[in-house]
Design a protein around this ligand. Structure first.
Ligand SMILES: Nc1nc2c(ncn2[C@@H]2O[C@H](COP(=O)(O)O[C@H]3[C@@H](O)[C@H](n4cnc5c(=O)[nH]c(N)nc54)O[C@@H]3COP(=O)(O)O)[C@@H](O)[C@H]2O)c(=O)[nH]1
Length: 799
C-alpha cells in the first residue's frame, strides 16, 4: 500500500495523472452510455453498439494507461515498442468486447457481473502488455502481491461497474457505473505501477522499432481526442435515444394507464418489472409495494391476509415453468367476487406478460344470452331447444326399464280468447298457464313452451303408464280451472297427447311426433282430455294428410255438389223449403258424406271457400224454384271468423237474384260460443238484409235456452236425436213438447229433424210442431230432383 502511495506521489507528475483520470472518466461515461444503448438494441444493431462500446472502453483504458505512463517519471527516459503497444490496444478492445457481450445479452445479475469481471480482466491484460512495451535502460522487476491486488481490483470494480449499469438506465445508476468503471481502471493501473521496481542498467539499449515518449504523447493525445469525440457523439446519441425513449415511455405509460385490462410484466425469476394501475386496482394490490418483488412473495402476503387460496409455491412454479417453456396460458379466476380472465404470455428473453381482464359483466351477458336462447321470453319456461336437450338428456339417463313420458299440450280455442280479449290478456293467460303447469310437474320434470299455445312436459323417472295418466289428468283439471285476468273470468281447456319411451320412440323427434299424433286424437275426441299414442295413429294422420290434399284438389276440380232435402209444413203437408247439404262426388270413392270431410275442411280453413260455393249454388238453384220455396244453408262456426261472410251472402243473393227472405242460414250453438259479440253483430246484419236465421241441432248444447235470449231466431230445428226416440223415451217427448210450446209462445217456427215414420210425424203434429224434415219424405237428393220432390210427397224408396 505504502509502495503504491509512494509511486503515485513521488514518481508521477500529478497534472498528467489528473489528465489520465479525466480521460478515463470520460471514456467510462461513454462506455456505460453505449452499454445501455447496446442493451436496448437487438440483433445486428446490438453487435454494432457492443463493438463501438468495446472500442471506446478499450481505447479509453489504453489512453489512460499511456497518459499515466507519461506522468510516470522513471518511464519518461524510455521508449515504447510499437508492435507490443498495438497488441496492448487490441487486447484492451477484444477482452472488453467479450465482457460487454456477456453482460449485454442477459438479464441475470450474476452473469452481468461476470461480464464486468471480464472487462476488469481486459484492463489488466492491456496494462501488463502495455508495460511489456516499455523500452527502458533498466531492469524491471514486479512485486507479485501488488500485481495480484491490481488484477483483483480491476476485476472487482469492473464487475461492480457493469452490475450497477445492468440495474437500469437511470442517471444515478449511470453515474455510479461510470465512477466504478473509472475506479476499476485507475485503481488497477496505479496499484500495478506500485508493483514495478526499476534497476538502472545502462547496458540495455532501446530497441529499433520503438516510439519515443514525445511521439507517444501525440498518440495518446490523439486517442484521448478520439475518445472525447466518441464520447460526445455517444452522449448526443444517448440524449436523442433517451428523448425518444422518454417519448416512447410517455406513450407507453399513457397506453398502459388507459388500458381497460390490468397488465403486469415479470422477469424470468418471476419478479415484477412493470404493471399498470388497473392491475393493482383489480387485484387490490394498490397499497402493496410491487416493483422488483417476486410474485411468490406478493402471493404469500395476500395468503396471509386471507385474499389468496391454494398452494402459492406450486402456482408460482407453474407460471415460471410455463413462461420458460414458452407456453401461453389462459385462466378465469374469481377475485373479490369478480371473474377475471388472466392470460400469461411468455416474453422473448425470459419472463412473461400477464393481462387481466374483468369479464364479470361479459360472463353475465353470456349467461343471459344463453338463457334467452333457451327459454321462452313470455313464460320464462324452457323453449323448444332446451326441451329437446332435456329430453335427450332424460333418454340418456333413463335406465333400461325406466319409462319416460312426453306430454304435448295445446290450449283449446286459445285463438278465440286472443282475438276477442286482445293479445295482452292472451299473454297473461299463457303466463298463468305456464305457472300452473310448472306447479303441477315434478321437480325432475321439464315443462316447456314450444310456441303459441303449445306446451310440453317431459316426465322423468316414473315406471308406469299410470303416472303419466295421473299427471295428464291433473293438468287437464288444473288448467281448466277459471282464470281471473284483468277483470275477465276466463275458462280454457287443454288437450294432451302422451307418448312413452321406450315403446313409442327412442329419440326426441319420434316421441314428440307421436305425442303430437296423440294430441290430435285428443282434440278429435272432443278436446279437454288426454290420449296416449297408439300404433295406427300414424296411419290415421297419414290418411288425414292425404284427405287434406284430396280436398284441396277437389275444390280445384269442382267435385262438390249440393243435394237438397225437403222441409214440409206439418199443417198443410206441403214443401216449404229445401235444406242444402253438401256432397263430395269423389272420382274413385263415389259420394262422400260431409261428416267425413267437413271437420277437416274446418280445421284447414277450406270450409270458407267451400261454404261460399254452397251458398252460391244453393241461391242459384233456389232462384229457379217457385217463389214460395225457400232454401236453408248450413254455416260453419269457422265461416263466422271470416270477415267476408256478409259480403259472400250478399254476392250469392245478388248473383242469383234470389230474394233474401227465401234464404235461411242454419247455425249451431257452437257459433254463439265463439266471440259472441262479433257473431251476434254479424247475425243482426244478415237479419237486417232480410235473411232468416235458424238455430240448428237445438237441444244438444249445454244451455240451449239461453241462446234463444241472445238472438231473435226465426226458427228452431229440434235435433233428430229427440225425434228418433220420441216413441220410446218420455223425456224426448217432454223436450219436444217444451220446445214447440216455447216456439209458439215466442212466435218462432219449429222444425223437427230426422222424421223417419208416420208415427213420429203424427206425434209432432199433435204437439204443434210447425215443420218436419226427414227420410219419411225424402233423403237429400240432387238439384235435378227438386221438381220431383215438390210433386211427390214421399220419396223414401228412391233415396
Ligand atoms: N257447414 C256445413 N255443414 C254441412 C253442409 N252440408 C252438410 N253439412 C253438415 O254435415 C253434417 C252431415 O250432413 P248429412 O250427411 O248431409 O246429413 C244430413 C241429413 O242427410 C241427415 N238427415 C236428414 N234426415 C234424416 C233422417 O230422417 N234420418 C237420419 N238418420 N238422418 C237424416 O241429417 C243431416 C242434416 O242435419 P242438419 O244440418 O243438422 O240439418 C250435418 O251436420 C250437416 O249440417 C254444408 O254445406 N256446410
Amino acid at each position: 500500500m505504502y509502495q503504491v502511495l509512494y509511486c503515485l506521489t513521488d514518481e508521477h507528475d500529478w497534472r498528467l495523472v489528473a489528465l489520465a483520470g479525466a480521460v478515463c472518466l470520460l471514456a467510462s461515461a461513454a462506455a456505460i452510455s453505449l452499454f445501455h444503448r447496446a442493451r436496448a438494441a437487438h440483433g445486428g444493431a446490438r453487435v454494432a453498439w457492443i463493438s463501438l462500446d468495446a472500442a471506446v472502453a478499450g481505447g479509453g483504458i489504453w489512453a489512460t494507461h499511456f497518459i499515466a505512463m507519461l506522468a510516470y517519471g522513471p518511464g519518461a527516459a524510455g521508449a515504447y515498442d510499437v508492435p507490443v503497444t498495438v497488441l496492448s490496444l487490441i487486447f484492451a478492445i477484444a477482452v472488453t468486447f467479450i465482457g460487454l457481450s456477456i453482460s449485454v445479452s442477459t438479464t441475470r445479475s450474476p452473469l452481468i457481473a461476470l461480464g464486468g469481471a471480464v472487462v476488469g480482466g481486459g484492463v489488466a491484460a492491456m496494462h501488463y502488455t502495455g508495460m511489456m512495451a516499455l523500452d527502458i535502460p533498466a531492469n524491471v522487476t514486479w512485486a507479485t502481491g501488488t500485481v495480484t491486488a491490481s488484477i483483483v481490483l480491476g476485476i472487482v470494480f469492473g464487475s461492480l461497474a457493469l452490475f450497477a449499469a445492468g440495474r437500469g438506465d437511470s442517471l444515478s445508476g449511470a453515474l455510479g457505473a461510470t465512477v466504478l468503471l473509472t475506479v476499476a481502471i485507475v485503481s488497477h493501473h496505479f496499484t500495478a505501477m506500485g508493483a514495478v521496481k526499476l534497476t538502472p542498467d545502462p547496458a540495455r539499449a532501446i530497441g529499433g522499432l520503438s516510439i519515443p515518449p514525445g511521439s507517444m504523447s501525440f498518440l495518446t493525445a490523439s486517442a484521448a481526442v478520439a475518445i472525447i469525440a466518441i464520447a460526445l457523439v455517444a452522449a448526443l446519441l444517448d440524449r436523442r435515444a433517451k428523448g425518444e425513449l422518454g417519448r416512447q415511455q410517455v406513450v407507453l405509460d399513457t397506453a398502459l394507464e388507459n388500458m381497460s385490462q390490468g397488465l403486469c410484466m415479470f422477469d424470468a425469476d418471476g419478479k415484477i418489472i412493470l404493471f399498470n394501475e388497473r392491475y393493482a386496482a383489480m387485484l387490490r394490490r394498490a397499497d402493496m409495494p410491487l416493483t422488483g418483488r417476486l410474485l411468490v412473495d406478493v402471493l404469500r402476503e395476500e395468503q396471509a391476509k386471507g385474499h389468496w387460496q391454494g398452494d402459492v409455491e406450486e402456482f408460482f412454479a407453474r407460471l415460471v415453468v410455463d413462461a420458460r417453456e414458452g407456453r401461453t396460458t389462459t385462466d378465469v379466476v374469481k377475485r373479490f367476487g369478480r371473474s377475471i380472465r388472466v392470460v400469461n404470455q411468455p416474453m422473448q428473453g425470459g419472463g412473461w406478460v400477464a393481462t387481466f381482464e374483468d369479464i364479470t359483466e361479459w360472463l353475465e351477458a353470456q349467461a343471459k344470452i344463453s338463457h334467452m336462447a333457451r327459454h321462452d321470453a313470455l313464460t320464462n319456461l324452457p323453449n323448444r331447444m332446451l326441451f329437446h336437450e332435456r329430453l335427450e338428456q332424460g333418454l340418456r339417463v333413463a335406465k333400461a326399464n325406466d319409462q319416460l313420458a312426453v306430454l304435448c299440450l295445446d290450449l283449446d280455442h286459445f285463438k278465440d280468447i286472443n282475438d276477442s280479449l286482445g293479445h295482452p290478456i292472451g299473454d297473461a293467460l299463457l303466463q298463468e298457464v305456464g305457472r300452473r303447469l310448472a306447479a303441477c310437474a315434478g321437480e325432475n320434470d321439464t315443462v316447456a313452451r314450444l310456441g303459441g299455445d303449445e306446451f310440453a312436459v317431459v316426465q322423468l323417472g316414473r315406471s308406469e303408464e299410470a303416472a303419466a295418466a295421473v299427471l295428464a289428468g291433473r293438468l287437464v283439471e288444473v288448467i281448466s280451472a277459471p282464470y281471473e285476468i284483468a277483470d275477465h273470468q276466463i275458462v280454457i281447456g287443454v288437450s294432451i297427447g302422451i307418448s312413452l319411451s321406450p315403446q313409442d320412440g327412442s329419440n326426441p323427434d319420434e316421441l314428440l311426433k307421436n305425442a303430437d299424433l296423440a294430441l290430435y286424437r285428443a282434440k278429435a275426441d272432443g278436446r279437454g282430455t288426454y290420449r296416449f299414442f297408439e300404433t295406427g295413429m300414424d296411419a290415421r294422420a297419414q290418411a288425414r294428410r292425404l284427405l287434406e290434399m284430396d280436398l284441396r284438389a277437389a275444390l280445384q276440380r269442382n267435385e262438390f255438389e249440393v243435394h237438397y232435402q225437403p222441409i214440409r209444413d206439418v199443417a198443410s203437408d206441403r214443401v216449404v223449403a229445401f235444406e242444402a247439404l253438401l256432397r263430395w262426388n269423389h272420382p274413385q270413392r263415389g259420394l262422400i258424406s260431409p261428416l267425413n270431410f267437413i271437420p277437416l275442411a274446418e280445421e284447414t280453413g277450406l270450409i270458407v271457400q267451400l261454404g261460399e260455393q254452397v251458398l252460391r249454388s244453393a241461391c242459384a238453384d233456389a232462384a229457379t224454384w217457385p217463389d214460395d220455396i225457400g232454401v236453408a244453408v248450413n254455416l260453419s262456426p269457422v265461416q263466422f271468423k271470416s270477415p267476408n261472410l256478409i259480403a259472400s251472402v250478399i254476392d250469392a243473393l245478388e248473383a242469383s237474384g234470389l230474394a233474401a227472405s227465401r234464404l235461411e242460414l242454419e247455425i249451431t250453438e257452437s257459433v254463439l260460443l265463439q266471440n259472441s259479440e262479433a257473431t251476434l253483430a254479424t247475425l243482426h246484419e244478415l237479419r237486417a238484409k232480410g235473411v232468416r236465421i235458424s238455430l240448428d241441432d237445438f237441444g244438444t248444447g249445454y244451455s240451449s235456452l239461453s241462446y234463444l235470449r241472445s238472438f231473435p231466431f226465426d226458427k228452431i230445428k229440434i235435433d233428430r236425436s229427440f225425434v228418433s226416440e220420441l216413441a220410446t223415451r218420455q223425456d224426448s217427448m217432454a223436450i219436444i213438447r217444451a220446445v214447440t210450446g216455447l216456439g209458439r209462445s215466442l212466435g218462432i217456427v219449429t222444425t223437427a229433424e230426422g222424421v223417419e215414420n208416420d208415427a213420429q210425424l203424427e206425434l209432432l203434429r199433435r204437439e204443434g210442431c210447425t215443420q218436419a224434415q226427414g227420410y219419411l219424405f225424402s233423403k237429400p237428393r240432387p238439384a235435378s230432383d227438386v221438381a220431383m220432390m215438390l210433386e211427390r210427397p214421399r220419396l223414401r224408396a228412391s233415396a
